[in-house]
Design a protein around this ligand. Sequence first.
Ligand SMILES: NC(=O)c1ccc[n+]([C@@H]2O[C@H](COP(=O)([O-])OP(=O)(O)OC[C@H]3O[C@@H](n4cnc5c(N)ncnc54)[C@H](O)[C@@H]3O)[C@@H](O)[C@H]2O)c1
Length: 325
Amino acid sequence: VKHPLKIAVTGAAGQISYALLFRLLSGEILGKDQPISLNLLDLPQMEQTLAGIEMEIIDGCFPLLHEIKYGSDPYALFKDIDVALLIGAKPRTKGMERKDLLSENAKIFIDQGKALQAGAKPTAKVIVVGNPCNTNAMVLKHYAPKLDPMNVHALMHLDELRAIAQIAHKKRVNVSDVKGVVIWGNHSNTQVPDVSRCTVKGQPHGLDENWIKNEWQPRIQTRGAEVIKTLGRSSAASAANATVQLLHQLMTPTSEGEWYSSAVLTNHGAYPLEEGILFGVPCRTKQDLSCEVVSGILWSDEEMIRTTEKELVGEREFCKREGVV
Ligand SMILES: NC(=O)c1ccc[n+]([C@@H]2O[C@H](COP(=O)([O-])OP(=O)(O)OC[C@H]3O[C@@H](n4cnc5c(N)ncnc54)[C@H](O)[C@@H]3O)[C@@H](O)[C@H]2O)c1
């Protein structure tokens, strides 16, 4: 029997987590032979909700559930963890400016970074979902220097899945026939969805350039807002799906010639980017389950890349001025 994997989930009383926990425990993501210990973290006022969620998880009668704990102290709940799914964040409220959102969230990720530094296994893998996820992860990494930078990810995988789904729909093929899409940059509307290396059924994609530029790219960049407008709340089940799918990618060697998009610290040097920001790039998981950046993909639109880079540098400069990093 495998040793249980200890997974911390923050924002565990929220809607993404609600759609995520049962997926994790089903065994589809980490394997039917991988026991899981869950540490659920949310704000103190959400304790009652966490108690209810614990009841539902127990009622799920999952053979893979080894242990479950919940609370609001990251130091207690990040102790010895293998994986952290950091979903909890302060949402943007009406009239709130982006800089207020940044500084409110920075406080959360300073604390959580320190708690990971204090207690997490040095090999822990972290996925930051709470927005602004790239800069939140940058702050977190600053306070958790012991973590391997290639193990700290900001979630771009939802953008990637959205991008693949739209191409499959356009080409009338199955989503699994679409490979090689890349999402560069920030998880925001400046992101750069890129088809320069995309294949459909193993062949060059053959998509119309006009459709790519004027329909596909803007649609992927603004898909989050489109969902909010249509559904009346922010995407949760699809975000949960992307989070567990990325975790699966991080824990499974990537097939030859393939990659997935994720935002990691730019200090890898694979592309000429400003260091010290978390930027979406193509990544692979090696046989030893370490993560590497796939180099050598030519940017089809450097101007767009520089725009999203500039946005991330601006967010980092703001954090510096505020004394956050
Ligand atoms: N990267 C992506 O692709 C992506 C996609 C969708 C949503 N998101 C982001 O994910 C986040 C969560 O979304 P949701 O729909 O689950 O929101 P939600 O409001 O339903 O849940 C968020 C939860 O986080 C908790 N929380 C707040 N501060 C916390 C802290 N310091 N420690 C622990 N928990 C804390 C809240 O109490 C709440 O229960 C949001 O920031 C959202 O913008 C990211």
